[in-house]
Design a protein around this ligand. Structure first.
Ligand code: PMP
Length: 350
């Protein structure tokens, strides 16, 4: 092999859900929100001149608005280009021990990719037979812990007492709780930040704020850890957040009423959808997210996935151990879910 080939960093990248170019598709495969962002969030097309200038590297407009919203100091908020960026920065900043970091065997499939990319050793304790986190498995030496709550792709929420126990039993390492889906169910770990200096909570605008296309995520923690994150960010790329994102993100946070209303709508549709497909022979794991993880009593998930795709309905299928007979179905509008239920009604009859 040519010498330089040996020096290339080789990774198996994360595979995001498909973003089809076709029109007329019912898209339930990447946990987007079917409702638009708050009407306050306007594309700023009259003021293109602003793009001439670099953005504020501290993104203070958005940071201050998030601090106000969560009742914390601005020094406790870090923003990034989607929570993927915030999580990647967090892995780089906090997971630098020789000991393995821990995350569940079934979870967000980016965690192992970042661990490989940054050469962080890792172990993956198995979820139990009901896909619940086994908190005792995290009572071992480690170089850090990360998990989503609610978990993905299961949608299962882990009660805060259990989360607290994991944080409390691991005071010598950083625990990252990825709350990408928390607005759709469950109690946030944010209040624990005042008690535990090893906790980082990560959030996103992509799901409950319906702004996946803009790419905004953030972390909340104590000011020491947020400074560490910012120091790494400024050593990598000072201007991660562009001007329109900073402005539109701040506008979204100001519109609490719209946020609550659309989140409630998604939850309501989710509950109805779960009932509807139950009568067709599906069972769903209890979901606290904007998606459900469903399996059919008779028909293999992969077949349903492929048939639905032919009918222009996209859901997500993971060909991975333990979950390869499940479909992850994002919650769309009532009309979209009704169309999917009609399809399933016909399909399951065959
Ligand atoms: N965490 C979890 C658990 C997710 O499912 C996702 C969505 N792919 C993300 C983080 C990243 O979301 P985003 O980068 O859009 O904020």
């Amino acid at each position: 092999m040519t010498a330089w080939r040996e020096n290339i960093r080789r990774v198996t990248p994360y595979v995001p859900g498909e973003q089809p170019k076709d029109t007329g598709i019912i898209k339930l495969n990447t946990n987007e929100n079917p409702y638009g962002p708050s009407p306050r969030v306007k594309v700023i097309n009259e003021n293109m001149d602003m793009l001439r200038l670099y953005p504020d590297p501290t993104a203070s407009l958005l940071v201050d608005e998030l601090a106000r919203y969560h009742g914390v100091d601005s020094s406790q908020v870090f923003v990034g280009v989607g929570s993927d960026d915030v999580l990647a920065m967090s892995f780089m900043t906090f997971f630098n021990s020789e000991k393995p970091i821990l995350f569940p065997d079934i979870t967000y499939s980016f965690y192992d990719v970042w661990a490989e990319l940054f050469r962080i050793p890792y172990e993956r304790p198995a979820l139990d037979e009901n896909f619940r986190l086994v908190k005792e498995d995290y009572d071992k030496e480690n170089g850090g812990i990360v998990f989503p709550n609610p978990n993905a792709p299961t949608g299962i929420y882990e009660p805060l007492d259990n989360i607290e126990e994991i944080i409390k039993n691991n005071l010598s390492s950083i625990v990252i709780v990825d709350e990408a889906y928390i607005d759709f169910g469950g109690e946030t770990a944010l209040p624990l930040i005042d008690q535990y200096d090893n906790l980082v909570v990560v959030r996103t605008f992509s799901k409950s704020r319906s702004m996946a296309g803009l790419r905004i995520g953030y972390a909340i923690s104590n000011s020491e850890l947020i400074k560490a994150l910012n120091d790494v960010k400024y050593s990598y790329n000072s201007y991660t957040m562009n001007r329109p994102s900073i402005i539109m993100g701040a506008e979204s946070v100001k519109d609490e009423e719209y946020f609550r209303k659309t989140v409630e709508k998604v939850i309501h549709t989710r509950e109805k959808f779960v009932e509807d497909i139950k009568s067709l022979g599906f069972s769903c794991l209890p979901s606290s997210a904007n998606f459900v993880f469903a399996t059919h009593e008779r028909i293999p998930a992969k077949e349903i996935f492929e048939a639905a795709k032919k009918a222009k309905i996209y859901v997500r299928y993971f060909d991975a151990p333990r979950i390869n007979n499940y479909l992850r179905i994002s919650i769309g509008t009532d009309e979209e879910m009704a169309a999917f239920v009609s399809f399933l009604k016909e399909y399951t009859k065959l």
